[in-house]
Structure formats: C-alpha cells, structure tokens
Ligand binder design. Structure first.
Ligand code: AHG
Ligand code: MN
Ligand code: MN
Length: 335
C-alpha cells in the first residue's frame, strides 16, 4: 500500500513492476514528463510578469492562433523527450507532422511513441485561468530500430499504455494512468516535488455538473439540446449546475473529483466537433475509464475509434457513468 506522502519519483519506482511490459523505459518516460511539467509550470506561473503573453504571430495546422506559451510548452516537452532518448517518435498538436527520433546509440532502441497537447486551454493564458498539458503513450507497431511511420501514431485509444495530464491550476497536479487505476500528484512548489495527493481517483457514479459551451446551443443537434434542457429541469436532483472553464483538462479534472459530464458535440457547422482524437480525447478517455467513468463520441466508445489522421477531431462526451448513460438515451432517440 502506497503511503500518502509518497513522491512521484518513489511511486514510479514502486509501481514499475506492476506494469506488464515493464523494462524501465515507461518509468523513464513518465520521469521526463514530470521534469518538463515542472519547467512549463514555472513558465506558466510567471506568465503575467514577463513579456510572454500574447500571440506568437503564428497559426497552427488547425488555423488557430498560437500563444507563446503553446510554443514554449511544445519545445520543452519535445526537448526533454528527445534529449533523453526515451521515445522513438513524438506527435504534437502544435506541429503538422510527427517527429521521428533516431537514436545513434544501439542500446537506445526505444519502443514508445508519445502524442501530446503541450498546452491545453491556451485561450485562458492571458486571463490567469487554469491551463494544462495532455499526453498519451503507445508501443510502436513498426519494428524497433527502424524510423517510425504514421502507422505508429494512428492507433486506437484502446492500445494506449499510459496517458495523463498536468493541470496548472491553483496548485499544479500531474494525474496519470498506466492501465492500473488513476493517481494524482500535487506539486510542492517550494521543493519542486510532486507528492501523491489523490490516490486511486474515481469519478462519482453520478454528479450534478454539466460542462458544455452553451454559446453553441443553436448549432447543436436535437438530442444534445434535449439533454441540456433535461439538466436544467426541476426534478429529482436537478437542475444541475453549469460549469465550463474552456480548458478540457480543468473541466475534466473538476468533474472527475466532483462528479459531472463534459460535452463537446459536433454542431450543424462543425461536423466533427472541435477536440482532437489523438491529443485530447483518447488520453482523457483512458483516464476516465480507469476512473470508472465513460467516454463516447456519440454511438461509439472513444477508444475504439480507428484514427485516420493525426489531427482528426471527434465529438466528445465524458464523465460520470450514469450521466453519460442518460445522455446516450437522448442521443439514441435521434439516431
Ligand atoms: P487547445 O488550447 O489545446 O487548442 O484546446 C482548447 C480546447 C479545450 O481545452 C477546451 O475544452 C475547448 O477547446 C474549448 O473550446 P470552446 O472555446 O469552443 O468552448
Ligand atoms: Mn487542447
Ligand atoms: Mn493545445
């Protein structure tokens, strides 16, 4: 039984053997993410003090304006993972193509690829509201020692070996799973150490929070509109409370602790929704399911979707089991 004041470093070592493919490589990978998270955290915390705010003047592949911290976080995670030669490939929301890492050292024949949303909720940076980082880890499918290909990245979420997020909030937390439950670690900024603060995290079976950008209401399909009205009805334990930060990581984190449902539906305008399957939905779905929650894209389980492109978007509904099941009933009426 892990003690509550266990550090993340100790936890990684203690739990290394429980991971079925354990060779220490995944532990090194989580350690590298821990390090990059601390560096990004430092930068996020001083964002209001220095001239790092504002757009970098560039747009990413999805045509969205990039903020300087997006670029910084992307660079830090890529550098940390590349310099330590612990993965064979990385794909980032902020870069059009994947990066292949060819190690010159025969001993470093790495088998993992990482997909990352380096800074999630970037529209919140300038206004001092919580942002995050999301990561997802797969074993490569092409032979070890050869350059990675697109095939290594386009794997369904059910093939993930690890996933997690960092939330840079009122305190900074790293939450992750390797398929054996979900654990959350809080950073003690004075010591620069993450401590196990939330062991074995679970979504409550049901909750009273619904999170959706209701500004898009007129564009939603009828099933979603009806479900939102259901959330607002005065009956049983309703009306529910509406909470929407606009950072998936923060909205998800709150809902996992308090019980709730997060929705980013497709609309009559955006046929596939906004969130990215590989960088956002799959890792959050893996964490959700490991925490007794559900994540669907409509009819299908998010983690069973076969990806067709790196920056693919899908509708996303995720949260407490009973709430997502209720939503499903509404969606089925119109299918
Ligand atoms: P990112 O900052 O990585 O582009 O992600 C933003 C995402 C997600 O974090 C959030 O839940 C959603 O976009 C908010 O979208 P709306 O502003 O359309 O509600
Ligand atoms: Mn994002
Ligand atoms: Mn992002």
């Amino acid at each position: 039984m892990t003690k509550r004041n266990t550090t993340l470093g100790e936890f990684i070592i203690e739990n290394q053997d429980s991971f079925q493919y354990s060779s220490g490589e995944l532990s090194k990978l989580i350690n590298a993410i821990r390090l990059a998270a601390k560096v990004v955290n430092h930068e996020v915390n001083k964002a209001g003090l220095i001239d790092i705010l504002g757009a970098a003047g560039d747009t990413n592949i999805q045509g969205e304006e990039q903020q300087k911290l997006d670029v910084f976080a992307h660079d830090k995670f890529i550098q940390t993972l590349t310099n330590r030669e612990i993965v064979c490939g990385i794909a980032s929301e902020e870069e059009d193509d994947f990066i292949s890492i060819n190690s010159n050292d025969e001993r470093h024949q790495n088998k993992y690829v990482v997909l990352i949303d380096p800074l999630d909720g970037s529209s919140n940076i300038d206004v001092n509201v919580s942002v995050g980082t999301i990561f997802s880890v797969y074993r490569r499918v092409t032979p070890i020692g050869t350059p990675v290909t697109l095939e290594d990245f386009l794997q369904p979420g059910n093939k993930q070996v690890a996933a997690g997020y960092v939330v840079y909030g009122t305190s900074t937390m790293l939450v992750y799973t390797t398929g054996d439950g979900v654990n959350g670690f809080t950073l003690n900024p004075a010591l620069g150490t993450f401590y196990l603060s939330h062991p074995d995290m679970k979504f409550p079976e049901t909750g009273k929070i619904y999170s959706v950008n209701e500004g898009n209401y007129v564009h939603f399909h009828q099933g979603i509109k009806d479900y939102i009205k259901y959330c607002q009805q005065e009956e049983d334990d309703r009306p529910y409370t509406s909470r929407y930060i606009g950072s998936l990581v923060s909205d998800f984190h709150r809902n996992m602790i308090k019980g709730g449902i997060y929705m980013y539906p497709k609309t009559k305008i955006t046929q596939s929704g906004k969130l990215r399957l590989l960088y956002e939905c799959n890792p959050m779905a893996f964490i959700a399911e490991q925490a007794n929650g559900i994540a669907i894209g409509g009819k299908t389980r998010i983690m069973d979707i076969e990806p067709t492109e790196l920056h693919q978007r899908v509708p996303f509904f995720c949260g407490s089991r009973k709430m997502v099941e209720k939503l499903q009933e509404f969606l089925e009426k119109y299918q």
